[in-house]
Write a protein that binds this ligand. Structure first.
Ligand code: IMO
Ligand code: MG
Length: 396
């Protein structure tokens, strides 16, 4: 049986905290997509830890954590993160497993990410520049290298071939960057990675399912950043939605039970792209301040705005959400009046459907105002009102 936790907005909904909260009810926590663009914040013994690659169940004893094939893995980030996690006394040999089909982010992927963003100028996506897009391109373009390939004695020559391809692309972009240090770190981290548990992820998960174990699939980013259903092209390069669990872990759809969708009580977005309910005034500023809305991966200030029910309903539909968790409820405590976007107005007409290109159609949000907290509907199962593990309320 597999339950899923994923983001219903543009990422940063608080997935790390919620996965950590629910983890005790599961035997396995598995990441199925994304890579070090994710920043999942949790508190362990009151210390803040930000995880980028390792699943958020890692601090629970006896829980197995799997990095699934749908993830893109940067060995350098992984090694750093493993050092941090191990400093808390976690034994990674026991509880971290990596699928051999997982694609590797190599230093030139990161350089290409930068080159592509620079070339886009004003139309840049606002990527985290971790090499996500170029690595997924090499996956679908059938060029990439996978974790299992590291065990191949010819790995270095495969690496050099891919690097040479990248070099040509970088020359086309007229982009130069000295990657010598990155490369040293990369090969050092590769040696470290080879010592970890590398497994066949799909058989690994299948065995757990057959043993009746409970598996929690942890999403990264959010539905509105999904490569198919998000605000394309201002999205990430993976399927962040429930469908991604099947392809990103090798799990058949009938094994999926609950889909727990996380939404903030308001909206945020980092990077560029449409955001109909964005507030570029003092209210937005206040949300940013009260909610400490600064990126966990890049430190960038997040764009803030009111909750968007058109986008949220769309996300529930695409994901088949069975339970909703609302986070950061405490941030709105001091607001006397809250706005909730119920419809988009496009060319004078109200609609509750997500348009293809928000950049072109420029929907104007239609708001309903509420005095404080009364807008929480029947579908919300949990409300989180602070970063601590105990700051969560079950709605009966
Ligand atoms: P978590 O898992 C918020 C955004 C970037 C950019 C776009 C593409 O912490 O919620 P990419 O690096 O994937 O090429 O960037 O997606 N983005 C995120 N925004 N939270 C994240 O992850 C994100 N991961 C990527 O800001 O707009
Ligand atoms: Mg984040």
């Amino acid at each position: 049986m597999v339950d899923v936790i994923l983001g219903l907005q543009w990422g940063d909904e608080g997935k790390g905290k919620i996965v950590d909260f629910f983890a005790k009810d599961y035997d396995v926590v598995a990441r199925f997509q994304g890579g070090p663009n994710a920043g999942h914040t949790l508190y362990v013994n009151d210390k803040k830890v930000v995880l980028h690659q390792i699943p958020s169940g890692v601090f629970h004893q006896g829980i197995i954590n799997l990095i699934g094939n749908g993830v893109v893995l940067d060995p350098i980030t992984l090694k750093k993160e493993c050092d941090t996690v191990a400093s808390f006394g976690v034994d990674l040999k026991k509880n971290l497993f990596i699928a051999e089909r997982t694609h590797l982010i190599i230093p030139t992927h990161r350089a290409l990410d930068k080159a592509a963003e620079l070339a886009k100028g004003n139309e840049k996506i606002g990527s985290t520049l971790k090499g996500i897009g170029p690595t997924y391109m090499d996956k679908t373009g059938r060029n990439g290298l996978r974790v299992g390939d590291l065990l191949d004695k010819d790995f270095k020559s495969h690496y050099n071939k891919l690097k040479a391809k990248h070099q040509q692309l970088l020359d086309n972009y007229n982009f130069q960057e000295d990657i010598a240090d990155w490369e040293n770190d990369f090969f050092e981290a590769v040696e470290f990675l080879k010592q970890l548990n590398i497994v066949n992820g799909e058989y690994f998960i299948d065995e757990k399912i057959k043993e009746g174990k409970r598996i929690l699939a942890e999403g990264a980013q959010g539905t509105m950043l999904d490569v198919d259903f998000g605000t394309f092209p201002f999205v990430t390069s993976s399927n962040t939605t429930t469908a991604g669990v099947c392809s990103g872990l090798g799990v058949a759809p009938q094994h999926i039970r609950d889909v727990i969708g996380i939404t903030k009580a308001y909206c945020t977005r980092v990077g560029s792209g449409p955001f109909p309910t964005e507030l570029e005034d003092e209210t937005g500023e206040e949300l940013r301040k009260l909610g400490s809305e600064f990126g966990a991966t890049t430190g960038r200030p997040r764009r803030c705005g009111w909750i968007d029910l058109v986008a949220l309903n769309f996300a529930c539909m695409i994901n088949g959400v069975t339970k909703i968790v609302m986070t950061k409820a405490d941030v709105l405590d001091t607001f006397k009046e809250l706005q909730v976007c119920t419809d988009y107005n496009i060319d004078g007409k109200n609609t509750r459907q997500m348009p293809l290109q928000m950049g072109r159609t420029k929907p104007v949000p239609v708001y309903k105002s509420f005095p404080g907290w009364t807008y929480i509907g029947v579908n919300v199962h949990y409300i989180s009102n602070g970063p601590g593990r105990e700051q969560i309320i079950e709605v009966k």
